[in-house]
Design a protein around this ligand. Sequence first.
Ligand code: SAM
Length: 344
Amino acid sequence: MTAGVTIRADDADPEPAWHGPLIDRFGRRFTYLRVSVTERCHLRCGYCRSAGDQGTDAQALAPAQSDRLLAVFRGLGARHVRFTGGEPLLSASLNGRIAHARALGFARVSLTTNGHLLSRKAAGLAAAGLHDVNVSLDSLDPARFARITGGGDLRRVLAGLDAARRVLARVKLNVVLLRDHNLSEWPDLVAFAITHGYDIRFIEAMPLGEAGAATVARHHVDTAAVYAEIAQRYRLRPLAPAPDSGPARRFAERDSGIEIGFISPLSQKFCASCNRLRLTSRGRLVYCLGHREGLDLRAALIQGLDDASLAALIRRQVARDKPREHEFGSGTHAVLVRMMAIGG
Ligand code: SAM
C-alpha cells in the first residue's frame, strides 16, 4: 500500500452537537419553515390587509441575519423553506436567499407570490435554484380580480404564470374561496388549471387581522362542499399527505394528472399534523397563525447569541409554547395576527 492518507469517518467535519430534530411537547416535528422577506405588497386583498395598513420594512432583518437564522433552522432539521411576504418579489435579495437555501441543503425551496412581477423574474428565480411556486389567483375575471385584490392586474399574473411554467417544475394556484366574490368561479378555475397543467389549492379564508376576521364573517366557504361538487364532475384519486409540506387534502385529477387540494383550517382542523413554523420579516418566530405567542429572534441576534445558543433557545421555546391547536373556531379567535406581516 502506498503511503497515502486514510480518511476515517471521524476525520470529516463533525456535525455540530446542536444539530438534530426540532420537536414540540406534542411530538410534532418541524421540518417546514415559511420565511417572510418583506411586509410590503402592491396589492390590497380584502382578506389580508386592512385599508391603510401599508406594511414597512423599517425593522426588517437584514438578509444576512435572515440567512443565518435559516442555517440554524436547517441544522434543526428543516428541509422545506417557502419564501413569502408581503410580496416576496419586491425584495431585491430574494434570489440570493434562494441560492443560500439551496447551498444549505434544503430539499425543497418554494415561493408564494401574487405573480405580478413573475414574468420578468421567473428565469432568475429558477437560476437561483427555486423548485416551485404558488401563485395567488382568486379569479379569472379581470374586474373581479381587481376588486378582490384591491387593484391587481390579471393579465400580468397570467403572463407571470406562463413564464413560471416554462422554467419551473411545478406551478400551483392558490385560490381563497369567498362566498359572495368568487365561489361561483371554481369550475372555471379548475378548468384553467387543467388546461395549463397547474396544480390548484382551494383555501378557506382565515380570521387573521381585522381584514381576515371581517372576511370570514361575511364570506366563509366550507371547502368540503366545493370538494363534493368537484368530485362529481372530475375523477379524483386521493393522494397521501405530502412529506414536509402543507396540510392540504390532496387529490390527483385522473385525466390530466394535476393536483387539486383543499386547505380547510376552519372546517377541518389539521393542527395535529402541523410541521411548520413561520419567521416574519422582522425576525419573529411565529408558532401558529391562530395565536399571539412568538419568539423575538431579531433580539436574540442583536444580543450576539451564537448558533448553538440560538438553536437551544428555539428548541426550548417551541417545545414550551407552540400551542396544540389554533383557536379560529372557538369564538374567541377574533383578531390575532396580520397575515401580511407573517406571510401566508
Ligand atoms: N403576496 C403573496 C401572495 O399574494 O401570494 C404572498 C403573501 S400572501 C399573504 C400568501 C397567501 O396567503 C396568499 O395566497 C393569500 O391568498 C393568503 N391569505 C392572505 N390572507 C389570508 C386569509 N385571511 N385567509 C386565508 N388565506 C389568506
